[in-house]
Ligand binder design. Structure first.
Ligand code: SLL
Length: 157
């Protein structure tokens, strides 16, 4: 199949996590202090499944099942835990694209950065520690010289 020469198509993508302290909701695993959700999304929640087939999230090995596969939107994993760690996010594209998967990395954030930075008197802001965290990256996926059929799929969506 032919590639469309000299053409690059970019699609915006948002990935990262939200997290909030569990407080009184702490349940069967009392060492778990936070709940969090890691996700891959389109901008303005645009459905990306016309070009994304599935996403795998590789969590820290302290999780019983660290490899999570999500094969339909929303491409996200929600969990509880106690620590921050790096998550490898592998995005597989629809077969029609002929594209290889790409891997993005996100450092799961549970704590607001401001809460970790001591104030002028060396004090920590305890109130901030209990605030939810939002840590998203905006990026774009670029398809260089896409296959012709895939090019049409991209333009139709
Ligand atoms: C740390 N390097 O020490 C990091 C590792 C791992 C966090 C954090 C597991 C939860 C569970 C969990 O929260 N792991 O027990 O399933 O801070």
């Amino acid at each position: 199949q032919q590639r469309v020469k000299g053409v690059s198509i970019a699609r915006p993508i948002v990935y990262g996590n939200v997290a909030s302290p569990l407080g009184d909701e702490r349940g069967s695993q009392p060492d778990h202090t936070h709940k969090w959700t890691i996700s891959v999304r389109g901008v303005n929640n645009e459905d990306i499944s016309y070009y994304v087939k599935k996403v795998t999230f590789k969590l820290h090995e302290t999780y019983a099942q660290p490899n999570r596969t999500v094969d339909k939107p929303p491409f996200e994993v929600s969990e509880t835990g106690w620590g921050e760690f790096e998550i490898a996010i592998k995005i597989y594209f629809q077969s029609i694209s002929g594209e290889k998967p790409i891997t993005l990395f996100h450092h799961l954030r549970l704590h607001p950065l401001e809460a970790l930075t001591p104030g002028p008197a060396g004090e920590t802001n305890k109130a901030l520690l209990n605030q939810p965290v939002v840590a998203y990256h905006y990026d774009e996926i670029v398809f260089n010289e896409p296959l012709e059929n895939f090019f049409h799929v991209l333009l139709e969506n």
